[in-house]
Design a protein around this ligand. Structure first.
Ligand code: PH4
Ligand code: ZN
Length: 308
């Protein structure tokens, strides 16, 4: 089936009260794992590709692989640029088959962020490509951070309303206390749900949660049992994710949990079978581990059974 846009996938999610997972892919095995998880769960999925992934695998390889995957599966997929910052890369994604792009101007001042976002909207919408933008900075809420410091990086609901109206983006990534990577909280898990509620009340488009990996205990333990060193790794608990979805989050970005699953499985093979040197016997279990993790996320996000 042809690739869908994020606008199509996320408007259904918003209406249906579930979220679609955006899973980062960097190679063939990760893509296959996401697609086969979608088939097993009858769930849509967003294939998220960062600028780093493009640098690693090459734009043409990525687009070709994702197109073939989409042609061969009944799973509704979109191909989405994650955290686009470079206008030339964004343009080449728009012109070469991506169905959604993110313009990440979150490091810029409000007006500059709006200006660059509008530019991308103008470029993308001509070709029917969806646009996601980001307002606020991804950073954990720590105990010692003062209210004014916190206000400076979390998304301001009033600003979000103005931003969404003026830029006409299709989805907005917000900052409510999540952060990228495997070390999200030093102490207690804290997300600002009151802020999310207020943003959802003012902003009509689907909201996006980045930095949403859970760092599941079983996945972490497997990786550590076979030599990974990840002291203090901590993610977002499942019930917190469910709460975020119930308050209006319709797209959830997951990368860290895929990475941890992949390296746990690969480390296990390399440790238990030091004589193994067939890459298929090493990467295959990594692919299977990602598939299991993606299936678990699809169930958690409520997108299982929603592929139509
Ligand atoms: N992302 C993933 C960003 C990956 O440059 P890169 O390929 O390393 O970028 O956008 C997330 O929000 C992932 O969140 P997570 O770390 O909690 O999985
Ligand atoms: Zn992100």
């Amino acid at each position: 089936m042809a690739l869908r846009t994020n606008q199509e996938l996320l408007s259904l999610a918003k209406r249906g009260g579930y979220a679609v997972g955006a899973f980062n892919m960097n190679n063939l095995e990760i893509l296959q794992a996401i697609v086969s998880a979608g088939e097993a769960e009858k769930s849509p999925a967003i294939i998220a590709v960062s600028e780093g992934a493009i640098q690693y695998a090459g734009l043409a390889y990525i687009v070709s692989m994702v197109r073939i995957a989409s042609d061969q599966t009944p799973v509704p997929l979109s191909l989405h640029l994650d955290h686009g910052k470079d206008l030339d890369i964004i343009r080449s994604c728009v012109e070469n088959g991506f169905t959604s792009v993110m313009i990440d101007g979150s490091h810029l001042e409000f007006q500059e962020n709006m200006a660059i976002t509008k530019k991308v909207v103008e470029m993308a919408k001509k070709r029917g490509v969806s646009v996601e933008a980001e307002l606020g900075r991804l950073k954990g809420i720590e105990d010692k951070v003062s209210v004014s410091e916190r206000e400076a990086f979390l998304t301001d609901p009033q600003a979000a309303e103005e931003f969404a109206k003026k830029t006409e983006v299709d989805a907005l990534a917000i900052a409510i206390g999540t952060s990228h990577g495997a070390y999200k909280f030093k102490g207690e898990v804290k997300l600002d749900f009151e802020r999310l509620k207020e943003i959802a009340r003012r902003v009509d488009i689907p909201l996006v949660l980045h930095g949403a990996s859970g760092v599941p205990q079983a996945v972490l333990e497997r990786a550590e049992r076979f030599g990974a060193k990840l002291p203090g790794a901590k993610g977002i608990p499942d019930d917190t994710i469910q709460m975020a979805i119930s308050l209006g989050i319709a797209k959830i970005n997951i990368d860290t949990d895929l990475r941890l699953s992949f390296i746990g499985a690969i480390r296990e093979v390399l440790t238990n079978k030091p004589e193994e040197f067939d890459p298929r016997k090493i990467l295959g279990p990594g692919r299977e581990a990602i598939k299991q993790t993606v299936q678990t996320k699809m169930r958690l996000f409520g997108s299982s059974g929603k592929a139509i």
